[in-house]
Design a protein around this ligand. Structure first.
Ligand code: BG6
Length: 456
């Protein structure tokens, strides 16, 4: 594996400690990461090398016993720190000089992978500096690529997303850009495609003639948890609707791709998202519910008079012949009774609505698949009762092999596989679908609900 430098802008933030660094240690310990590597943390705070290593050791969320002490120590030996200001050209020159120093030591032009772990408002400035300092260009013609990982939210509305994407297109080639939606990297979500396309018995049923409705749910018990200010400026629809929920819809509704190659899969996801029917103003009250849990305005960082939604439910349609007339219910909320992400596919039963087969993709927790079917209740009369076929990763003892989402994302970005990253077309289509709703958000009543409720 080619030597690689991983740069984390905003390394002192929550994401780096919670997700990125533990994922890097795991890849390193699984030998899926080059032995010659450096992780450079970039941020404003002042640390010397030792202080930085200690800070990271403390912040890094790893379970006791997850790694051998030796492994963590070796990993930390590859860490270094660059103090800098995000809007200061000299800071980027210093970073570039550090690259040269490391490459000279290794005697090779290494790969460079940049991760923007900073508030989205800083993205454009950082990207411009990476480019103007010459760091977006590989140091040699045939070796050492440069790639950039962009976190969601990708813009905070359609205009901002277009402007960010235009800038990225100007500064980088498409093969260098990895737009993260970490849901795409969840193993149980990728299993939707495997289940659909590897099991031919379901394919003939996967259409409007047999499917009555689809429910996509991303429920969370917790609140914004330390991200109050940011969350309050976004709301649930932008936070998880415009991205995670719609990507789940795309995987359920997409046509069979021509191949399992990244371009074909992304194209098919994009086609579904582009075919989402925009909700007209007069239908808004009928098709959309928004809510806020009682007590949300007392959360840290949240405005006392906040009108931000912590819950939404949308009845949506996909304008493709396969899905004509099939409602897709999209629902998400914080402060609900349980944390679970799940997709339920209800099959039609024209003679008895109460006896519908349901196929459930359980994304988390306890990822798996369940099919509800009916059997005859033993006895003299003809009655039926529901039973289920179930697959669970945990029960099948497959769960220990599941890479977590950030391991998968970093691994794939390193390998240059863009399948689990969103394309421009997908991101724009998602924004186009949610914008008309967001523009009239204020006209919808904000339904208050008790924290921990089962139903809003
Ligand atoms: C993030 C949202 O993108 O996804 C969070 O910003 C949300 O608000 C999180 O809690 C859910 O992700 P996961 O992987 O914990 O289900």
């Amino acid at each position: 594996m080619h030597p690689t430098i991983f740069v984390i802008f905003g390394v002192t933030g929550d994401l780096a400690g919670r997700k990125l660094l533990p994922a890097l240690v795991t890849l390193y310990s699984k030998k899926l990461w080059p032995q010659k590597f450096a992780v450079i943390g970039f941020s404003r705070k002042s640390f010397n090398r030792e202080e930085f290593r200690e800070f990271i050791r403390e912040r890094m969320k790893i379970r006791p016993g997850q790694f051998k002490e030796e492994e963590v120590k070796h990993f930390l030996d590859h860490l270094s720190y660059e103090q800098g200001l995000f809007d200061d050209a000299l800071s980027y020159d210093r970073l570039k000089a550090k690259f040269k120093e490391i490459d000279d030591r290794w005697g090779q032009c290494s790969n460079k992978l940049f991760h923007l772990s900073v508030p989205p408002a800083l993205y454009q400035g950082i990207l411009k500096h990476i480019s103007s300092s010459g760091m977006s260009v590989p140091c040699a013609d045939d070796t050492g690529w440069t790639r950039v990982l962009i976190e969601k939210p990708f813009g905070d509305d359609l205009m901002a997303a277009k402007s960010l994407d235009k800038l990225l297109g100007k500064l980088f080639e498409e093969e260098q850009i990895f737009r993260i939606d970490h849901y795409l990297a969840k193993e149980s979500l990728q299993n939707i495609l495997a289940f659909r396309f590897a099991n031919t018995m379901f394919e003939p049923l996967w259409r409007r003639e047999h499917i009555d409705q689809v429910h996509i749910k991303l429920f969370e018990r917790g609140g914004p948890e330390g991200r109050g200010t940011f969350y309050d400026s976004m709301g649930a629809l932008k936070d998880v609707g415009q991205n995670h929920i719609l990507q789940m819809l795309a995987l359920v509704a997409m046509e069979t791709p021509r191949s399992l190659g990244s371009d074909d899969i992304r194209r098919e996801r994009g086609r579904v998202l582009t075919a989402l029917r925009s909700i007209p103003g007069q239908a808004l009250e009928k098709q959309v519910v928004r809510g806020q849990y009682i007590g949300y305005t007392n959360e840290k960082g949240v405005s006392l008079h906040s009108q931000t939604e912590t819950y939404f439910r949308i009845k949506s349609y996909v304008d493709l012949p396969r899905w004509k007339g099939v409602p897709f219910y999209l629902e998400s909320g914080k402060g609900l009774s349980e944390t679970k992400t799940e997709i339920d596919i209800y099959f039609k039963n024209k003679s008895d609505e109460n006896h519908r087969n349901i196929l459930t993709f359980r994304i988390q927790p306890d990822g798996g698949i369940k099919i509800r079917f009916y059997v005859k209740t033993p006895g003299y009369s003809f009655k039926t009762e529901p039973k289920s076929f179930r697959f669970s990763y945990a029960e099948s003892r497959l769960d220990h092999n599941i890479p977590n989402d950030y391991e998968r994302l970093i691994h794939d970005a390193f390998s240059g596989d863009q399948t689990l990253f969103a394309s421009t077309e997908e991101i724009m289509a998602c924004w186009k679908f949610v914008m008309p709703i967001l523009e009239r958000w204020g006209s919808l009543p904000l339904k208050k609900y008790e924290k921990g409720t089962r139903e809003v």
